[in-house]
Design a protein around this ligand. Structure first.
Ligand code: ZN
Ligand code: ZN
Length: 179
């Protein structure tokens, strides 16, 4: 990826996220490093999967750079609070887990593109093997009408209770009255 590509990606990260911060830079660099290690490029559908272990500003950069989004089902969370991300390339089966172990300069005080052209990503991230198996592709579930509120929800959200199909909200309500 050349300088211009990186510049335009960093621009898009900033406008998507709304401000410049260390978290955004962390996600930007992690995404660039992952695309280098796994020969990834922008996800057309969901060839690239990211499992993030945090919900910090960094995740916004991952969405912009790698096209991993919650809606497409290729951005998932395994919350440990660590600045760690697992990236998977479905095409090749390759995967990598990056954890930020190094310090970063304040991106508001430097030229971010100069920084990422002149500093190896390995100064910032430790590369490990992934431990979470590659999740299956996003599934389309059947929908059911909740027997209590009449609202429709996906089959994977339905609870069965006393022969009734209940949505998560109604299931909780019933649960409160249980002796
Ligand atoms: Zn931020
Ligand atoms: Zn309901």
């Amino acid at each position: 990826m050349d300088r211009l590509d990186k510049e335009s990606l960093w621009q898009r990260c900033q406008s998507f996220h709304g401000h410049v911060c260390g978290g955004l830079l962390t996600g930007f660099l992690a995404s660039l490093y992952a695309s280098e290690l796994l020969d990834l490029w922008i996800s057309q559908d969901e060839e690239i999967v990211c499992i993030s272990e945090n919900d910090t500003c960094a995740v916004d950069a991952v969405q912009v750079v790698l096209g991993c989004t919650v809606g497409k089902g290729n951005l998932l969370f395994h919350m440990t609070g660590k600045l760690a991300f697992s990236f998977y390339n479905r095409e090749t089966g390759k995967s990598v887990r990056l954890i930020r172990t190094g310090m970063l300069p304040d991106p508001r005080t430097i030229d971010v593109i100069d920084y990422c052209m002149n500093n190896p990503y390995s100064d910032v991230f430790t590369v490990k093997d992934t431990v979470i198996p590659l999740p299956e592709r996003a599934r389309i579930f059947d929908a059911y009408i909740c027997d209590n509120c009449g609202e429709k929800t996906g089959a994977n959200w339905i609870h069965l209770q006393n022969g009734k199909k209940l949505c998560p909200d109604c299931y909780v309500k019933y649960d409160r009255f249980r002796i």
